[in-house]
Design a protein around this ligand. Structure first.
Ligand SMILES: Nc1ncnc2c1ncn2[C@@H]1O[C@H](COP(=O)(O)OP(=O)(O)OP(=O)(O)O)[C@@H](O)[C@H]1O
Length: 292
């Protein structure tokens, strides 16, 4: 699969802008090198704008996000990364006064037009900065959404609970205490439980809003490891302020910047291009810690 992928380069910013080193298109985190996911568009964002009341906080965002890859959204505080992320599964609907313009399609589904937001959010799960388990048992944290989504057979639910806890590396740690409160877990374990809860509904896309920022370095590295394992199975869009983390995990990166309160997309491309060979002076300054 690897050499095939190299023949199907992404058409994002960097490749088009003569990044000769990457014309061979090495996908994958910088430090591990090998290609790891198929550059095939899943999410298409066209001319997106987000307003809160009269304030336009994002404008003219057009971006393609590839299936099965990790895309990191980077940029200084307030440039609209979370607003962008939230518009992908219509979490913006829940914010009074928020208005989204432009087009977003996910696997052909018109996100703005769909009336079935519950299915959309099942397909596009979200993980927040602060772990937010329900104040219920570890088991019920996963079982409850399954029941809500019509998984009637207990045996099936039990199987899914075990498999997603395995997927996030929690099974061995919690299998003997599934009926204990989720709040008795450490912060890192709680975050992995939240990821397992999202995975239980078999999403295609995982939106992660600074999922490691409330975790200690060890717990963060466990979540990062999960991201490596998700590659090819889920399409991950992650907001992170940690540029080292973005370098490690990102197949693609998109750099946002706000001018006069309105965020725009300055540049996007493979992680390798954005971090090693950025084309735009602002990106160069930001990734080198000289701006933002
Ligand atoms: N609910 C809201 N109501 C009004 N303004 C908001 C709301 N949420 C965000 N904003 C504003 O929108 C702009 C973009 O915010 P957003 O959280 O999307 O940026 P960000 O890049 O994710 O920031 P950070 O990195 O600090 O989380 C900011 O000016 C912010 O103050």
């Amino acid at each position: 699969m690897k050499s095939e992928n190299r023949e199907r380069p992404d058409r994002g910013g960097c490749e088009q802008a003569n990044c000769p080193e990457h014309n061979g298109f090495t996908l994958g985190p910088l430090d591990t090198g090998p290609p790891c996911c198929i550059p095939e568009p899943l999410i298409e964002v066209d001319d997106l704008a987000v307003h809160y009341g009269n304030a336009r906080v994002l404008s003219g965002i057009s971006l393609t996000i590839n299936r099965g890859c990790v895309t990191a959204l980077i940029g200084p505080s307030g440039c609209g990364k979370t607003s962008f992320l939230s518009s992908l599964n219509r979490m913006t609907d829940m914010i009074p006064g928020c208005r989204v313009e432009g087009n977003i399609t996910i696997g052909g589904l018109d996100v703005q037009a769909t009336k079935d937001v519950i299915s959309l959010r099942r397909r596009v799960g979200m993980i927040f900065q602060k772990p937010n388990p329900f104040p219920l048992s570890i088991r019920k944290n996963i079982e409850m959404p399954l029941k809500e989504h019509g998984f009637r057979q207990r045996s099936e639910r039990t199987e899914i609970i075990e498999s997603v806890l395995e997927d996030v590396g929690l099974w061995a740690e919690v299998k003997d205490r599934l009926d204990s409160s989720a709040l008795s877990l450490s912060g890192g374990q709680q975050q992995r439980l939240c990821i397992a809860r999202a995975l239980a509904l078999r999403p295609e896309v995982l939106l992660m809003d600074e999922p490691c920022s409330a975790l200690d370095p060890l717990a963060s590295s466990v979540v990062e490891e999960l991201l490596q394992n998700f590659r090819g199975r889920y399409t991950v869009v992650i907001v992170t302020h940690n540029l080292q983390q973005a370098r490690r995990v990102a197949d693609y990166a998109a750099f946002f910047w706000a001018t006069d309160g309105t965020g725009t997309l300055i540049e996007h491309g493979t992680g390798a291009c954005i971090f090693d060979k950025p084309q735009q002076p602002l990106t160069v300054a930001y990734v080198n810690g000289k701006a933002g």
